[in-house]
Design a binder for this molecule. Structure first.
Ligand code: TSB
Ligand code: ZN
Length: 582
């Protein structure tokens, strides 16, 4: 979908439409006061103080109607420039605009306003020339939004909309939007009983339902097997640590705003862990290591808690309680390149298995001038960045470099994907770290018998099971491949009276798989439709012909074709399909 914010023409149009929305709201609710109305990736919104009024479904068509009326009137949009004092006087009754004016940079001695008919708004612009250019818009949704995003402040009414130059472009966009919303994992997750949430558990704390738990277990088994083959050793460590642990690691100083507050138990002060690295450092440190033992790869499916802003929390994609497919690889400096390469190859291998094609590699580097953000060791940074680049180039991978996006402790490679709705997110990550092993005083003995400090690679292939599941649900629109599907095979007897017995035998024969038998007294067409709606990969249709010939007729999800095969052929077909993950 087009990024409206980044398209100059659409940005201006949508920004102007935000003013049109504000003007219409002012006409309908004269007491309305306006906070900000920015352009976003998918249109615009305006945050409005309507006193005690809460926007409801019925208000939206009225506002749209008023907007159309104003647009038809066709008033010009005129820019004025005024001094800060004039602005303070002009908006003296508007606490929101006063707040904006007060906070403006000292250098902004001239403040611009835009007037269209009876409505003036404070704004940098630019805008289109006349409201008559704003005919093809739609108000998309509304919600409450705390002033400045702070829950101690008043809740404002946020109305979202989108505007295009022509009706055709608007309709195309709305259609695309609808399709994206159909693909939204929150919708699919609900329809397929994958996860749920409850206020009593808390924001960003999803409950994985049985269907979701099956997917997660399959993902765990899948990646565990891969990692085991690559020499990873898995551990279990607690999802809390003491504040001192995070002081040692540096998280307490650098990551505190992303952590849940601490809690005292007897003499100890704990935090829910936001990351697993400190625990894994201690796992490494629990033993002596020789240069010959390295790389040592400590893996864990580890639960972490992070404070994510309540507005940012989203389904399984951005949660406050997550499970990372994490590992920390302890290597000698001469092993960095080779080990990094293996991680990248594992990412590629996994993406191939899942058929993931739309992603971007981002190589995050330090900003050389930012001495404060980055651990100060030029040689270390230059060597590390060169090494990562070299591996990516040798693998002929497409990537882009992001200066100033590296972590404090080293450069990293992230894989970015685009969800159905909302901005890009990181899935896999591999981060080089020269600092943490020092902070935990880790060592290995080199060939001369001297102590050396290992380097650490932090890596998560799925990222988290949560985010990966969200992504896979969207990629597949919920039609998961056979091996991952919560229900793999659905058996439907055409007539319970004659075919149920044979259907039950098949169920028994297929008991290694996740099989359901639909023996409800419903019409075949009804049961078939439901099987499709539940996106079950294989549906067996068992009638007289199958009973007489000892065969199986099946349909694959997404196909109208029915195939009839022997039992053995069917078993082989299913086993192959699962083995090949296709
Ligand atoms: C890879 N210490 C490293 C680890 O060793 C680490 O925690 N890296 S991270 O902060 O980038 O997180 C790892 C992955 O978790 C991210 O790449 C992302 O895919 C996923 N993730 C991060 N925050 C969230 C969240 N709030 N909800 C779901 N997944 C998340
Ligand atoms: Zn880590």
């Amino acid at each position: 979908m087009i990024n409206i914010k980044e398209n100059e023409k659409l940005n201006m149009l949508n920004h102007s439409c935000a003013h049109l929305l504000a003007q219409a709201v002012k006409h309908l609710y004269p007491e309305a006061k306006f906070w900000v109305g920015p352009v976003i990736e998918d249109g615009f919104y305006y945050d409005i103080d309507l006193g005690d009024k809460v926007i409801s479904d019925e208000d939206i068509p009225k506002i749209e109607h008023e907007m159309k009326k104003i647009a038809k009137d066709g008033k010009r949009i005129v820019r004025h420039e005024i001094s800060k004092d004039e602005a303070l006087e002009m908006f003296k009754d508007d606490p929101y605009k006063l707040d904006l004016i007060e906070r403006m940079d000292e250098s902004e001695t001239i403040i611009s306003c835009y007037t269209q008919g009876d409505f003036t708004d404070l704004c940098r612009g630019p805008h289109v020339e006349s409201v008559k250019e704003l005919k093809h818009f739609k108000l998309i949704k509304f919600s409450g939004a705390y002033w400045k995003g702070d829950k101690n402040n008043k809740m404002l009414q946020r109305i979202y909309g989108v505007c295009f130059p022509t009706e055709e472009e608007l309709n195309d966009y709305l259609k695309e939007l609808e399709e994206a919303q159909e693909r939204d994992h929150r919708k699919i997750g609900k329809a397929l009983d994958i996860f749920t949430t409850h206020d009593l558990v808390g924001k960003g704390m999803p409950l994985w339902l049985p269907n979701g738990a099956i997917i997660r277990k399959e993902l765990e088994n899948y990646i565990y097997k891969k990692e085991q083959k690559l020499g990873y050793k898995h551990v279990y460590t607690p999802c809390v640590g003491t504040v001192d642990l995070y002081k040692t690691s540096g998280h307490w100083d650098h990551y505190k705003e992303n952590m849940f507050p601490s809690m005292k138990v007897d003499e100890e002060e704990f935090v829910l862990r936001p990351m697993n690295c400190p625990h894994h450092m201690l796992v490494y440190g629990s033993d002596l290591h020789s240069y010959r033992d390295l790389p040592i790869r400590i893996g864990e499916f580890a639960t972490d808690f992070r404070y994510e802003a309540s507005g940012a929390v989203k389904g399984l994609e951005r949660v406050r309680c997550m499970c990372q497919n994490d590992a920390h690889l302890f290597v000698r400096p001469d092993q960095i390149g080779e080990e990094f390469k293996k991680v990248v190859e594992l990412i590629l291998d996994v993406y191939h298995d899942f058929g993931i094609k739309n992603y971007k590699f981002r190589l995050s580097l330090r900003d050389k001038c930012d001495k404060e953000k980055y651990f100060d060791d030029d040689k270390m940074w230059n060597d590390a960045e060169d090494k990562l680049r070299e591996v990516l180039n040798n693998l002929h991978l497409d990537y882009y470099e992001a200066i100033g996006e590296a972590a404090f402790y080293g450069p990293k490679l992230d894989v970015e994907v685009k969800p159905a709705v909302g901005p890009e997110v990181t899935l896999s990550t591999c981060q080089l770290d020269f600092l943490l092993p020092r902070r935990f005083e880790l060592s290995y003995i080199d060939s001369d018998g001297n102590k050396q400090i290992p380097v650490v690679l932090h890596r998560a292939i799925f990222g988290t099971f949560d985010r990966f599941t969200a992504f896979i649900l969207e990629e597949t629109k919920g039609a998961l491949p056979l091996w991952l599907s919560p229900v793999q095979i659905n058996i439907i007897p055409v007539n319970n009276e004659y075919h149920l017995e044979y259907a039950k035998k098949l169920q028994e024969m297929l008991s290694d798989y996740r099989v359901e038998l639909d023996d409800r007294n419903e019409k075949l067409s009804y049961k078939m439709r439901e099987s499709v709606m539940r996106k079950i990969p294989v549906t067996l249709i068992i009638g007289q012909k199958e009973v007489d010939n000892n065969t199986i007729s099946y349909r694959l999800y997404g196909s109208e074709e029915t195939n009839t095969v022997s039992k053995d052929e069917f078993l082989k077909f299913i086993a192959d399909k699962i083995e090949n993950k296709n």
